[in-house]
Ligand binder design. Structure first.
Ligand code: NAD
Length: 480
C-alpha cells in the first residue's frame, strides 16, 4: 500500500471498527492500478455483530413515526449535497469513471433519498371497511425488520442509496455491503453522517469484504428478512438458492443486454449520438447500457457512417487528470481481460473501431463497435459489461423485435422511430422492465421504477413500487 493510501473502518452499531480478525484488503484505482486505500476484510463474525446491533436498534427504531423517518432521510440527503464534490471525486478515483458522471450521480442520489423521505409519509393501503359482514378489516403495511443490501461496483454509492432510501423510509434497519472493489464512497458517506450524528446506532450499518463470506452470511443469517442484490445473474441465482433456507425475501437487480432498435425512419445522426452515450457511459459498465444496436435495412449504412466518428471522438483517459474526460478505465484488470476475451472469441465479426486495450497504465479498453455478428453469437447473447457495442441489420419489424427479445436478459431497451404507432407496438412487445423511445440510458427518475424481466431479476428499485419489497402487509379483522 502506498504511503498516501487511507485506511477505512466499517460502521457497526454506530461505531467505526476494524474487522474482528484485524485483516484488511487493498482498494485499487483502476485508472492507474495504484493502491489507494485499505478496508477491513470482514468475516461472518463481523456480519453477526452487525446483525446483533441491528436487533438492538430495532425496538426503538420501530416506534418512530413516518415523520421521524422522513426527517432522518432529509438530513441524509442534505449531507450528501453538502459533500457532493468530495464524494464525486472519491467515486471517480475508485471506479475510474469520469468526473462528469460522478458529479451527476450525487445530486441524483440525494434526490432519490428525498423522494423516499416523502414516500415514508404516504405509504398506501386499501381503506379499512366491512368487507365481511359483521367485521371491520384493516390493512397495516409493516417493515420487515432487519434487511440487507449487497451492492455492485459500477455505481457504488448510487446503488447503495437506491437500497437505503426505501428500506429506511419503510421503517427497516439495514446492513449494507459495498463491492469489495469499490467500498470507499459509501464508507466516506457514513463517516460524514456519523460526524453529524445523523444515524441512530444500528439503524444503518456498513460491512466490507468479499461476497463469500460477508455477502453469504448476510443471506444465510436467520434474522435478516430481506436481501437486495444488485449484481451478476450468477450471484443472484446463488443468493436466491441460499435465501430459500431461511425463506428470506429476495430482490434481484441483475445484468442486462439492452437492445437499441432503430427503425428506418429514425434520424441516423441522432441515433449515433444516442449510442455514443448509451453504449459508452461508465465505460459501458451499466446494466442498461445500449450494447446491441438492431438497425433497419435502409438506415444501417448511414448509421454506421455516423456512428464510427462519434465513437472515435470520445475523450478517454484517467478521470482524475481532467474534467473533460468522457470515458475512463474499466474496473479491474480481470474485467479488462474479460472484455478483450469476448472480442477475441468473436470470430467472423468485424471490429469497425477500437477492439484493444489502451493506455500505458490502468485498465483501459478502447470504445469499440463490432458488426457482422449473428444473433446466436456469445458477444450478442452475453453481457460484456464494457465499452463494446454490436450492430446487427434486421430484415423487418418482426425480426427486430424477435432479436431484441432473443436474449435471457430483460432490463432495458430503446426504440428509435418517428412513427408513434410503431413505437407503441414495439413498447408493447419488448420484454424489458424499461423501454425508452428516441433516447436511451439517462431518462431515469426517482418516481419511476427500475427493474428487470426474465434473468435480469425481479423487484423494483426507485419509485413507490420499491416500497413493496421493503414492507409486508397485515390484514387485521375486528368482530363488530
Ligand atoms: P457481482 O455479482 O460479482 O457482485 C455484486 C455484489 O455481490 C458484491 O458486493 C459481491 O461481493 C457480492 N457477492 C458476490 N458473491 C456473493 C455471494 N455468493 N453471496 C452474497 N453476496 C455475493 O457483480 P458486480 O461484478 O459487482 O457488478 C456487475 C454486475 O451487476 C453486472 O452483471 C451488472 O449488470 C449488474 N448490475 C445490475 C444493475 C441493475 O440494476 N440491474 C445495476 C448495476 C449492476
Amino acid at each position: 500500500m502506498s504511503a498516501t493510501a487511507t485506511s477505512y473502518q466499517v460502521f457497526i452499531g454506530g461505531e467505526f471498527a476494524d474487522s474482528e480478525t484485524g485483516e484488511t484488503m487493498d482498494v485499487i484505482a483502476p485508472a492507474t492500478g495504484e493502491v489507494i486505500a485499505s478496508v477491513p476484510r470482514c468475516s461472518a463474525e463481523d456480519v453477526d455483530r452487525a446483525v446483533a446491533a441491528a436487533r438492538e436498534a430495532w425496538p426503538a427504531w420501530s416506534e418512530k413515526t413516518p415523520k421521524d423517518r422522513s426527517e432522518l432521510l432529509h438530513r441524509m440527503a442534505d449531507v450528501m449535497d453538502e459533500h457532493a464534490e468530495e464524494l464525486a471525486q472519491l467515486e471517480s478515483l475508485n471506479v475510474g469513471k469520469p468526473l462528469m458522471a460522478s458529479r451527476d450521480e450525487m445530486p441524483f442520489s440525494a434526490d432519490n433519498i428525498r423522494f423516499f423521505a416523502g414516500a415514508a409519509r404516504v405509504l398506501e393501503g386499501k381503506s379499512a371497511g366491512e368487507y365481511i359482514e359483521g367485521y371491520t378489516s384493516l390493512i397495516r403495511r409493516e417493515p420487515l425488520g432487519i434487511v440487507a443490501g449487497i451492492c455492485p461496483w459500477n455505481y457504488p454509492l448510487m446503488m447503495a442509496v437506491w437500497k437505503l432510501g426505501p428500506a429506511l423510509a419503510a421503517g427497516n434497519v439495514q446492513i449494507l455491503k459495498p463491492s469489495e472493489q469499490t467500498p470507499l464512497s459509501l464508507l466516506r458517506y457514513v463517516q460524514l453522517l456519523a460526524e453529524k450524528d445523523v444515524i441512530p446506532a444500528g439503524v444503518l450499518q456498513v460491512v466490507t469484504g468479499d461476497g463469500i463470506p460477508v455477502g453469504q452470511r448476510l443471506v444465510e443469517h436467520p434474522d435478516v428478512r430481506l436481501v437486495s442484490l444488485t449484481g451478476d445473474v450468477s450471484t443472484g441465482k446463488t443468493i436466491a438458492r441460499v435465501a430459500a433456507d431461511t425463506v428470506k425475501r429476495v430482490h434481484l437487480e441483475l445484468g442486462g443486454k439492452a437492445p437499441m432498435v432503430v427503425f428506418d425512419d429514425a434520424d441516423p445522426e441522432a441515433v449515433a449520438a444516442g449510442i455514443r452515450l448509451a453504449g459508452y457511459w461508465n465505460s459501458g459498465q451499466d446494466c442498461t447500457a445500449g450494447s446491441r444496436v438492431i438497425a433497419g435495412p435502409k438506415i444501417y449504412d448511414a448509421l454506421l457512417e455516423a456512428l464510427v466518428p462519434q465513437v472515435e471522438s470520445l475523450k478517454v483517459g484517467d478521470p482524475m487528470e481532467s474534467d473533460e474526460i468522457e470515458m475512463g478505465s474499466v474496473i479491474s484488470s480481470s474485467q479488462q481481460e474479460r472484455i478483450l476475451g469476448f472480442l477475441e472469441r468473436a470470430k467472423g465479426a468485424t471490429v469497425l473501431t477500437g477492439g484493444e486495450a489502451n493506455g500505458s497504465k490502468g485498465y483501459f479498453v478502447q470504445p469499440t463497435v463490432v458488426t457482422d455478428v449473428e444473433q446466436t453469437d456469445e458477444i450478442v447473447q452475453d453481457e460484456v459489461f464494457g465499452p463494446v457495442v454490436t450492430v446487427q441489420r434486421f430484415a423487418d419489424d418482426a425480426q427486430a423485435i424477435e432479436w431484441a427479445n432473443g436474449v435471457r436478459y430483460g432490463l432495458a431497451a430503446s426504440v428509435w422511430t418517428r412513427d408513434v404507432g410503431r413505437a407503441m407496438e414495439a413498447v408493447r412487445r419488448l420484454q424489458f422492465g424499461t423501454v425508452w423511445v428516441n433516447d436511451h440510458l439517462l431518462p431515469i427518475t426517482s418516481e419511476m421504477p427500475h427493474g428487470g424481466y426474465k434473468s435480469s431479476g425481479y423487484g423494483k428499485d426507485m419509485s413507490m413500487y420499491s416500497l413493496e419489497e421493503y414492507t409486508q402487509i397485515k390484514h387485521a379483522a375486528f368482530k363488530l
